[in-house]
Design a protein around this ligand. Sequence first.
Ligand code: CA
Length: 232
Amino acid sequence: MRKVLVMEDEEYIREFVVINLKRSGYDVIEADTGQKAMEYIDTVPDIDIAILDVMLPDTDGFTVCKYIRQRSQTMGILMLTAKTQEMDKVTGLMSGADDYVTKPFSPAELTARIDALYRRVAMSDKDTKNEISCPPFKLNTKSRTLYKNEKIIELTQVEYAIIKNFIENPETAMSREEILNTVWGKDFFGELKIVDVNVRRIRKKIEEDPAEPQYIQTIWGYGYKWSIPAQG
Ligand code: CA
């Protein structure tokens, strides 16, 4: 469910925001102080959006905004500012907020802004989920591209499928039969040698020294294992 944190100390404004968000199908977490908001940021998983009031009794919205940005680049942040605080909009955006709404606002305005922000968050979330990171490698499962140190490694579709299977199962011994079944399908009556041939080709593309492979380890008499060398 779409989850929103609402940080606002004035109870009637908070209630107004909460009721309208719930009506629009959001799951809402309420905080009446900056301290509580930061606690929720650390303890509640999968918050999509934070609505932050600027003026609070214990801290201010910008501090909480920065606190969130140190932990998440993808969470949507909308600031609630008062009309007299024109400068706050600039400060808010500088602290990492995505948008702001000036008080007083209508329920329709707030919901429209939150919906728009949520769509952006959901999109960027999908983008990051299309990527499997395994330094120095990165696999984009949407474009079916492998990167090593941000450089594209040209792969055939079969090589890509083998690498994907490896990266998704690190440090796992995989028999050649398993690899053959996963990549070529159970109905493929090919020889196991085809796995070896492809692995040899992939090693040439990704290993520093294909004769001394670091990433794709051979398990003699069995198959292969994707290994991640210790960094540094
Ligand atoms: Ca306030």
